[in-house]
Write a protein that binds this ligand. Structure first.
Ligand code: ZN
Ligand code: ZN
Ligand code: ZN
Length: 275
């Protein structure tokens, strides 16, 4: 399984669109891995996770090939993860397709409601974008992948989930946006004991302590300890922190030495993990 981060920032991007703070200035000056776009990832170049406004930028600059994407799973309908206005670009005349296959979107009810409005308005009967409703703790299958949505500790109005994704050989946990996991999610992990080869954790608040809605690095360490205790991970599991806000203070270059001490990688745009 080949996992690739396309975007690794929280809603504002880093540097944030309109921000003049020191952390944005340092990121801009340092460039490279310190520059982050909005959240998106892709598995084996064919299963897309989230659909932010920066999707188009990922197509232009990061090698995302949407002609290979048949399915996209959505964590929740905040704009840094879900920008359904761009589904309208798939309509006849705007997109000339070699075969008339649909793009399948998988998300919870609030995303479904938002997408339906766009699909009805721009794509009417064309069936070029289909929405599939998913529910926390109910696994579903896309091609060779079994995907289990877990309940997130985040804005409840979005019915947010994060994902266990397995191809039968390797299993990953992709966990943002979420604070310290809700107890029902810990219960699920305790009962089913999935074994993770790779774990990606929300680190929106970076150096600040945060455990509700999002996490800071101190809470990431707690999550790692509990997953180890449950037997879901061990010393071979690759841990990586992801989804950063400039309010978390540490740019990529500053967070790497801190994360290394606890055996965490720090994500950056275009980073790939080969399992
Ligand atoms: Zn987010
Ligand atoms: Zn800033
Ligand atoms: Zn969010």
């Amino acid at each position: 399984m080949k996992f690739k981060y396309l975007g690794t920032a929280a809603a504002e991007g880093w540097p944030a669109m309109f921000c003049e703070c020191d952390h944005c200035k340092r990121a801009k000056k340092s460039g490279g891995r310190n520059i982050r776009t909005r959240s998106q990832a892709v598995i084996d170049e064919k299963l897309l996770i989230d659909f932010p406004a920066d999707t188009y930028m990922h197509v232009l600059n990061f090698g995302l090939d949407l002609t290979k994407i048949h399915s996209c799973i959505i964590t929740h309908n905040h704009s840094d993860h879900f920008y359904p206005a761009d589904f309208g670009m798939r309509r006849k005349g705007f997109a000339h397709l070699s075969c008339d296959r649909p793009l399948n979107i998988y998300g919870t009810s609030p995303a479904l409601n938002q997408a339906t409005e766009i699909i009805n308005k721009s794509l009417s009967d064309e069936k070029r974008v289909l929405f599939n409703k998913i529910t926390a703790f109910v696994p579903f299958v896309i091609q060779e992948y079994t995907i289990t949505p877990l309940a997130a500790n985040h804005d409840n109005r979005c019915e947010p989930v994060f994902f266990i994704i397995s191809n039968g050989v390797h299993t990953i946990l992709y966990a943002n946006d979420t604070g310290y996991f809700p107890e029902k999610t810990w219960q699920y992990l305790k009962t089913y004991k999935p074994r993770f080869d790779f774990v990606s954790l929300d680190c929106t608040s970076g150096l600040l302590d945060c455990r509700d809605g999002h996490m800071g690095f101190s809470t990431n360490i707690e999550v790692k300890q509990r997953l180890n205790m449950l037997g879901c991970t061990n010393e071979k599991t690759i841990y990586c922190v992801n989804h950063f806000s400039h309010n978390g203070r540490a740019i990529y270059d500053e967070l790497v030495p801190i994360a290394q001490k606890h055996d965490f990688l720090v994500s950056y745009d275009k980073m790939t993990i080969d399992l």
